[in-house]
Structure formats: structure tokens, C-alpha cells
Design a protein. Structure first.
Ligand code: SAH
Length: 248
């Protein structure tokens, strides 16, 4: 199980690259294979569309059972809303040797584009209600908002689901001030990356799609010179001499 990072070649780890090169068969969502296409060569590729995840993983497990070395490819990290869990579930008790190769996940790629918003405790929540009922998602949003977690939103929108960001905003507005910074990053870690910081109250102005990750600040998060910062608490200790400049 190989996480190939957020898309740019610079964020593909050497271990992930080696695993991709060593594999005889690749299994992955066709939509992101171009990111690693130069490594593909003559390898057999198991692709099905976005909805064919279970079938694709089943075929990957079959190939592994037949003795092939298979790389199951996920974007970001394979174990964060990726394929690693499903593959391990399908493998069950079978004694096939497995390696999970970690990758740069969208949360940290987006955070890097914004500044340092994840310096304190944070929660990741996927807004996809394909596999999780919305009531569960809403309860987790509510809990994260109440507990003052910086909150990363994956899968904010798809063609079928348009309301997730608006509903999340409403929930957070019950617990955080309207000026709370929200970082919105599209295609993090790629040449086409776009990053902007909104206020929670203005969040509906932000363009959001399937390739966007949102980071909602906690009660301490602020913006200085366009950089989003969640303080860890050093400023409360003696010896912290930097002047804290409030902005945004
Ligand atoms: N395994 C992946 C997450 C897959 S879920 C990882 O660890 O990053 C798909 C969601 O990830 C997208 O809807 C989006 O919210 C986020 N995502 C993936 N790649 C991204 C990128 N390059 N920039 C911003 N968000 C991204």
C-alpha cells in the first residue's frame, strides 16, 4: 500500500518511489496515475473508476495471491482515507506479506501551504457521506468544534454533495467567533496549488471542490502577513521575544 503524496513529484517519498518501481503490478484510481506515470514502464495496471474501489482491491489481492508484487496506490497517505484499510480487511487472515508505505497527507500539505495552522491538537473529518451517515459526521464536527480542535476537512464537496461546507460552517459558528481563520487549499503540493485564508463567516465565498482541503482554526489561530498560525504556547513562556503581530 503506497501513499504517493498530494500529487507533485517533489512530495513522493523515496520509499514510495522504490515500492512503485519494485512492484510488478499497480492498482490505483486512474485519475491520479499520471502523477507517477514516468515510473510505470511496462507494468500491468489494475484500474477501475472512483466507485470501483472494492473491486480494484479484490483484484489486487488476487494478483498478490498469485505471486505478483502489487503496489496499491493511494493519493496522500494510504492509511488516511486511502486504500490501506480496505486491502488489509480483504486480506483478513491470509499470510501474504504486506508493507504500508506512508505518504504526505493532504492535511499536512495544505497546512504547509498556509503557514503553521496544525501546531496544536487537530482533528480530521471527512465530509463524504458515501460510507458514513451525515448524522455521524455532524456529531463529530460538533464535538471537534466544542473541544476547540483545529479541524481539517477532507472530501468537502462532490457533484452529489454540495451542502457539507455550509453545514460545517453553521456548526462551527456556534462555537467559534465569525472571524476565525479558515484556510482553503486546492491542489496542495502541486504547481497548480491555490491557497487562501477566509473568515469562518465568509467561508461560503470560497471555491471548494473535490481537490480542496479546508483547515478551520481554533480559538487561538490568527493570521500574520497572510500566514495562518496556531500558537503552541511558547509566547506564554519567558524567553519568547518575538513580537506577536495580530493581523487578518
Ligand atoms: N489519502 C488521501 C486522502 C484521500 S480523500 C490523503 O492522505 O491525502 C480525498 C480528499 O483528500 C480530497 O477530497 C481532498 O479533500 C483531499 N486531497 C487530496 N489531495 C489533495 C491535494 N493535492 N490538495 C488538497 N486536498 C487534497
Amino acid at each position: 500500500m503506497v501513499g504517493i503524496g498530494p500529487g507533485g513529484a517533489g512530495h513522493l517519498t523515496p520509499a514510495a518511489r522504490r515500492a512503485l518501481e519494485e512492484a510488478e503490478v499497480w492498482a490505483g484510481y486512474a485519475g491520479f496515475l499520471p502523477a507517477v506515470d514516468e515510473l510505470r514502464g511496462e507494468k500491468r495496471v489494475i484500474t477501475t473508476g472512483m466507485t470501483g474501489e472494492v473491486e480494484r482491491c479484490r483484484r489486487a489481492v488476487e494478483a498478490a495471491q498469485n505471486g505478483d508484487t502489487v503496489a496499491v496506490i493511494s493519493s496522500g497517505d494510504a492509511g488516511v482515507y486511502g486504500m490501506a484499510g480496505l486491502v488489509l480487511q480483504l486480506l483478513g487472515e491470509r499470510e501474504i506479506s504486506v508493507e504500508v508505505v506512508p505518504g504526505v497527507t493532504a492535511a499536512t500539505a495544505a497546512a504547509a501551504a498556509l503557514g503553521a495552522p496544525l501546531m496544536h491538537d487537530f482533528a480530521c473529518i471527512s465530509l463524504s457521506d458515501l460510507l458514513t451517515p451525515w448524522e455521524t459526521i455532524a456529531a463529530r464536527l460538533e464535538a471537534a468544534a466544542r473541544a476547540d480542535f483545529v479541524t481539517v476537512l477532507y472530501n468537502p464537496k462532490s457533484k452529489r454533495r454540495q451542502e457539507g461546507v455550509a453545514r460545517s460552517r453553521e456548526i462551527f459558528l456556534r462555537h467559534r467567533v465569525p472571524a476565525t481563520p479558515v484556510g482553503v487549499v486546492r491542489e496542495a503540493g502541486r504547481e497548480t496549488q491555490e491557497a487562501a485564508i477566509y473568515r469562518l463567516e465568509n467561508l461560503l465565498e470560497a471555491p471548494v471542490d473535490m481537490l480542496t482541503t479546508l483547515i478551520i482554526g481554533n480559538s487561538q489561530t490568527y493570521v500574520a502577513a497572510g500566514r495562518m498560525i496556531t500558537p503552541r504556547g511558547y509566547e506564554n513562556k519567558t524567553g519568547f521575544n518575538e513580537e506577536r503581530v495580530m493581523g487578518g
